[in-house]
Design a protein. Structure first.
Length: 435
């Protein structure tokens, strides 16, 4: 995490004080359950809460202890004992470090997911608003970067809306999958702690018990979570790249908002660069970079090892913080995006009607020409237009072989822009519903 790309609410989830607060809550809830089962005195459980519930844990002190013990959970428990006193001997009864670490990580990931879901709602709201604003704004569709057939700018945004709707569904599922709790003790057998303790802690922390843990919560859950973040990041970049293309000087169909006093270049005062969407491309790469270690963390030795631990200390905060920042930036970019319908129309007309070539092809086949012959007739009239040697409609009207099948009026009929947009309403209803 670096401050430049960090929003405070997400960062707070990963701060040491938050982590130690969650550790304490896990331990204290476990103590409550142990007390109810008669394993430890009820007064001891009450004392743990009374003395440490509102405590501010001394991070520097915990770090100091860890430098000696070389063990983070032991360092925390030692500091907790300094706060609680003699009753601290009843804390962590029958538990192992992973019970605390893994349950805490899953609490943090679920909280992070909740923020990311709110971010996705912002992106979806911006996309929907702008999509309906430009529902029927004609634009050229491109395949391979080359002009294809007409679309609308609203459809481009609708594509993105549908994609981010799927992203939201995936994240909801990933959140559910990672929201498990393990308080099962060494090697996950519950030999030293009753499974009812796990159930109590899980409910208190907003999780569900892990059906079977091997001292650690299975990392396939986390792999799916971070893979989901990676797919969302890919969707962010896909939309960002579209904006970057549309802002190119030769295209200029849309442009990032350029604020008063903003500067585009240290050397060239005229520049207005797509810096936000370029930034989103880079941030998306960083989120996706954590997918591979998340997948590799699935493979642990036997009942547990800590090969996953160092990676998760980085990937948990970095991936969620970065994606949080990127999604909020994307929502703002779309909301303020400058759209130029006149330039979209200009680009539509750039190839002199070639965008209607398929309609002419189909019309010829419907009048008796073979598909192969129709293709040749249309293509031989299209190629001169590419070279700037005429207008497609006029060339077709002058072609004697074309005229064997189609009259001038029938040829002209194939150049109706509205024909390409007749199902926009249908598509919008599929994407947005009847609203």
């Amino acid at each position: 995490m670096i401050p430049r790309y960090t929003r405070p609410e997400m960062a707070s989830i990963w701060e040491p004080q938050t982590r130690f607060k969650i550790w304490f809550e896990i331990e204290a809830h476990a103590a409550d359950a142990l007390a109810e089962l008669g394993t430890i005195p009820k007064e001891a459980a009450r004392t743990v809460w009374a003395k440490a519930k509102d405590a501010t844990f001394d991070v520097a002190r915990i770090d100091e202890i860890e430098r000696e013990t070389k063990h983070d959970v032991i360092a925390f428990l030692t500091h907790l004992a300094e706060i609680v006193g003699p009753e601290a001997r009843f804390v962590h009864q029958g538990m192992t470090s992973s019970d605390v670490l893994d349950t805490c990580l899953n609490v943090q990931l679920t909280r992070a997911a909740d923020l990311l879901l709110a971010d996705l709602d912002k992106v979806l709201a911006a996309l929907k608003k702008r999509a309906f604003e430009h529902k029927m704004t004609p634009a050229i569709g491109r395949s391979h970067g080359i002009h294809a057939e007409p679309v609308t700018f609203g459809l481009k945004l609708a594509y993105a809306y549908a994609e981010f709707s799927r992203a939201k569904e995936r994240l909801i599922a990933a959140r559910k999958e990672v929201a498990t709790c393990a308080i099962s003790g060494a090697v996950g057998t519950f030999a030293q702690i009753d499974p009812r303790v796990e159930a109590h802690v899980a409910k208190a922390m907003g999780l569900v018990p892990e059906p079977i843990s091997t001292q650690v919560i299975p990392r396939d859950r986390h792999a799916m979570y971070f893979s989901t973040l990676g797919v969302i990041a890919a969707s962010v970049e896909r939309l960002a790249v579209e904006v970057r293309h549309m802002q190119r000087t030769e295209v200029l169909e849309a442009e990032e908002f350029f604020s008063e006093g903003q500067k585009g270049s240290s050397a060239m005062p005229h520049k207005r660069n797509p810096v936000l969407s370029e930034n989103l491309t880079g941030l998306s790469r960083m989120v996706r970079a954590y997918v591979t270690p998340a997948l590799e963390n699935v493979v642990l030795w036997h009942e547990r090892d800590i090969s996953h631990s160092s990676a998760e200390r980085m990937m948990g905060p970095d991936a969620t913080v970065t994606l949080d920042f990127a999604l909020v930036r994307l929502a703002g970019l779309i909301d303020k995006l400058l759209v130029y319908p006149a330039n979209m129309q200009k680009n539509l007309d750039r190839l002199g009607g070639l965008v209607h070539s398929q309609r002419v092809l189909l019309a010829l086949t419907q009048k008796g020409a073979s598909r192969e012959d129709a293709y040749k007739l249309v293509q031989r009239n299209a190629m001169p237009v590419w070279r700037g040697e005429g207008d497609f409609l006029q060339l077709l009207k002058k072609d004697a072989e074309v005229k064997k099948y189609l009259s001038d009026a029938e040829i002209a009929e194939q150049f109706d822009l509205g024909y390409h947009l007749k199902h926009v309403d249908t598509i919008f209803k599929r994407v947005f519903g009847e609203s």
